[in-house]
Design a binder for this molecule. Structure first.
Ligand code: NAD
Length: 286
């Protein structure tokens, strides 16, 4: 069986077009468009690329975006002051704090300083708590994007065994919660760096989500025939080529559907950030 590619690029494009219609036509946006404030500290090259891609995506759907670019020498207090300013600014609907921060700053302390009502990345402990409790709230963008991909592709989740590799609070853990939530109804195994017999575990997965950050680590032989494979990984090889966490060509031979890298999960992450921002603005302006 040759796996069907799930085009995150196309599905994200459809989502963005729907959001653009909403921004242009919803009555509440006659007052003002939604606004995203992006905060970046220092000059980490990958962060610059991500932030500018997010700003460009905002522009395309008529979301107002503003970058607060703080110098590398910024202290935790100065960062907190910037976040407070944005928290208290009624014209800002969402705050995106680009991670990772420089090593002398704490990501967790900074995330805690964001108003949960503007936490469009869905990473504040209040947002994560709401996810755990099954309450509505902002969901972390990458796992929310994966759920949207699965739904848009018509993948049946109920009762299926999902294996998630990776337990970060940004991807793996919220991914496992979303798959196990009522309505998704998967039986979930969360694997991590200390998990034993990972290949055998993966072979029992109807849905396999790889989010470990190791290039082409998951081999084709680990994939159950007909499984749906979601590759969250983004790894740059010494040659400059970008690959995922799954050995794509081999996995295609066994998967019924698989996301490519690039063009799979990545575009969905940005689209969900836009969706969270539009949702936040609707709540604030209605
Ligand atoms: P992380 O480094 O915070 O977490 C990696 C996880 O993988 C850890 O929980 C670790 O236990 C697990 N792990 C590491 N080695 C393992 C092994 N040998 N076997 C099993 N588990 C192992 O990474 P993250 O932030 O969760 O990101 C994971 C990957 O996803 C990275 O490649 C990152 O670039 C990518 N990512 C992509 C997007 C996107 O939009 N597509 C968004 C976020 C992260």
């Amino acid at each position: 069986m040759v796996g069907k590619q799930i085009s995150g690029k196309e599905i994200a494009q459809q989502l963005r077009e729907g959001l653009r219609d909403q921004v242009l036509n919803a009555g509440c946006f006659r007052k003002r468009p939604p606004k995203l404030a992006a905060v970046m500290v220092g000059d980490y090259p990958a962060s610059k690329i991500y932030v500018s891609a997010k700003q460009k995506a905002c522009q395309e759907i008529c979301i107002d975006s503003e970058l607060f670019h703080l110098p590398q020498s910024t202290t935790q207090l100065q960062l907190q002051n910037c976040l407070d300013f944005l928290n208290n600014n009624p014209a800002v609907d969402g705050i995106l704090l680009q991670l990772p921060l420089p090593a002398h700053l704490s990501d967790q302390t900074a995330i805690l300083a964001i108003d949960p009502e503007k936490d469009v990345d869905g990473l504040h402990p209040i947002s994560l708590g709401k996810l755990l409790a099954g309450q509505p709230g902002f969901r972390p963008c990458t796992p929310a994007g994966v759920m949207h991909l699965l739904q848009a592709t018509g993948v049946v989740l109920q009762g299926k065994h999902a294996v998630v590799i990776g337990r970060s609070f940004i991807v793996g853990k919220p991914m496992a919660l979303l798959l196990a939530a009522k309505g998704s109804d998967c039986t979930v195994t969360l694997a991590h760096s200390q998990t034993q017999n990972l290949p055998e575990l993966c072979q029992s997965a109807d849905i396999l989500v790889a989010a470990l950050g190791r290039p082409e680590f998951v081999k084709g032989s680990w994939i159950k025939q007909g499984a749906v494979v979601i590759d969250v990984g983004i790894n740059r090889l010494p040659s400059g080529k970008i690959v995922g966490d799954v050995s794509f060509e081999d996995a295609c031979q066994r998967a019924s559907a698989i996301t490519p890298v690039p063009g799979g999960v990545g575009p969905m992450t940005i689209a969900m950030l836009l969706k969270n921002t539009v949702d936040s603005a609707i709540k604030r302006l209605s």
